[in-house]
Design a protein around this ligand. Structure first.
Ligand SMILES: [Fe+2]
Length: 468
């Protein structure tokens, strides 16, 4: 702090020799008076400049979580030969002595702020259920040693986190949600991000905020992100494509339909099949692929995640076409849980999810009352929309940042949604029956729903005023 530049000192009548004494006795008042005003704001190009030191380090899977682990990171373009080192974690500190070194695959990315190099390594032939330590760098500049644990090859109890749209004010107001989730489930196996991680597909400063919020969590707990409409960049008036950041930033499975590599995929974690779909494009092409994946599935639990909800919780945001395309496939194969985003509100169905149609006054179509699938829409960032109430959703919310923790253990899947301040907001449990169906136990806490105050219509307002 530069006291000599302070207007307080410049205009002071206090003799300079007494300044030290005065500072001792009235430190807080002086400090307040002496604040010189804000310095210039650091420009994003400066703040998020890539350097020789790795940043944006993130674990993901391209292959089997029991035997592989992928890591992706960023450096300045000066790093052309990046490497990763890995060793079975040991309490002793000499990790580099017995580690093995792997060369990274690197690619350049020119963004609105800079040209950077993105590097990735997939560690293979790992032992299941083993704690590993790894670091990334160029041989001279290294990340810290991070630790991760490989999955079991068999079904085994675990928890994971699920987040709806982060999207806006990511550093300022989303980071607290991610960190609250971590403090509740620090041993979570992975984090699902159901799209709209950022707002402007090609804005490097927003990707920087997203990676900054996750920081070392991203380097220790693998992420499973799927793209939302905001990860789609405009090509022209009618065409959009996935952000240039997506594929360099994440190393994800390429087992989806052609043209949707790393945006539509499936993987298995300890008896749970996770299916990520890309609801932005090629929706029809994904039907056939989804049908095949579900028909061949051998796992007990199936969880799908995609961005656009089949039962919208946002006002006037129904995705009828997508519902007509994908819901019959999910129904046919009795998918257990669908995790979605997009509507910046919260809503969760029961096992029976009637389709709302325009031609039925009550909004319930009695022809389609069974699905056996629980659909969730949630939001983790600060952008909030108006809620669409549904009679078939036992719990909904407006103006609430949330995170979810899901626990799978044998025949039981339990789901918990928490507010950004750590209060349980919604919960239920699915119990697998011997005939393959689920029963559901509602565990909605006995707290009021968080809803905006009802807005009175103009005629109603006039009528009530006339009565006064
Ligand atoms: Fe969104």
């Amino acid at each position: 702090m530069k006291f000599q530049n302070s207007p307080w000192i410049k205009n002071s009548r206090v003799p300079q020799g007494l300044l030290g004494l005065a500072m001792l006795y009235s430190g807080s008042a002086m400090a307040q008076d002496a604040v010189p005003g804000p310095a210039a704001k650091v420009l994003p190009a400066e703040q998020y400049k890539p350097t020789l030191v790795p940043d944006r380090i993130i674990l993901t899977w391209k292959g089997d979580p029991a035997t592989t682990q992928s890591v992706t990171w960023r450096t300045s373009a000066a790093v052309t030969q990046a490497v990763a080192e890995i060793v079975v974690a040991d309490p002793g500190p000499d990790l580099e002595k017995s580690s093995r070194r792997l060369a990274a695959v690197s690619e350049p990315l020119t963004s609105n702020l800079s040209t950077a190099h993105f590097h990735s390594v997939t560690f293979a032939d790992l032992s299941p259920e083993t704690l590993y330590a790894y670091r990334v760098g160029d041989g001279a500049n290294w990340s810290e040693w991070f630790q991760f644990r490989t999955a079991s090859q068999k079904p085994k109890a675990f928890s994971f986190m699920y987040f709806g749209d982060a999207q806006n004010d990511i550093r300022s107001k989303w980071s607290r949600v991610l960190r609250a989730a971590w403090s509740d489930a620090p041993k979570a196996a992975f984090m699902i991000h159901a799209g709209d991680l950022i707002n402007n597909a090609e804005a490097d400063e927003e990707w920087a905020e997203w990676f900054g919020a996750g920081a070392w969590m991203n380097a220790m707990i693998p992420s499973i992100p799927i793209p939302g409409n905001h990860e789609q960049a405009k090509v022209n008036e009618t065409t959009r494509r996935i952000s240039h950041h997506w594929r360099p930033s994440f190393t994800l499975p390429e087992n989806g339909p052609q043209g949707l590599e790393e945006t539509c995929f499936t993987l298995v974690y300890q008896g749970v099949r996770i299916i990520g779909l890309n609801s932005n494009e090629k929706q029809q092409e994904q039907v056939e692929w989804l049908e095949k994946v579900l028909a061949e599935n051998q796992e007990k639990w199936v969880i799908c995640t995609f961005h656009h909800p089949l039962f919208s919780t946002g006002k006037d945001r129904d995705n009828a076409q997508l519902r007509a395309l994908w819901k019959p496939v999910l129904d046919r194969h009795r998918v257990d849980l669908v995790l979605q985003g997009h509507d910046h509100t919260y809503g969760r169905t029961g096992l029976a999810t009637p389709v709302a149609t325009a031609n039925v006054a009550a909004g319930v179509n009695v022809k389609d009352t069974f699905s056996g699938t629980v659909y969730v829409v949630s939001v983790s960032g600060p952008k909030m929309y108006n809620l669409q109430r549904h009679p078939f959703m036992p719990r909904q919310a407006e103006d609430t940042q949330l995170y979810q923790i899901i626990h799978v253990d044998g025949e039981c899947l339990s789901f918990e949604a928490y507010t950004a301040t750590g209060e349980l907001y919604d919960a239920f449990q699915l119990n697998r029956q011997s005939d393959g169906t689920n029963t559901m136990v509602e565990r909605v806490p006995d707290t009021p729903e968080r809803l905006r105050p009802a807005v009175q219509s103009e005629p109603a307002k006039k009528a009530s005023e006339a009565l006064k």
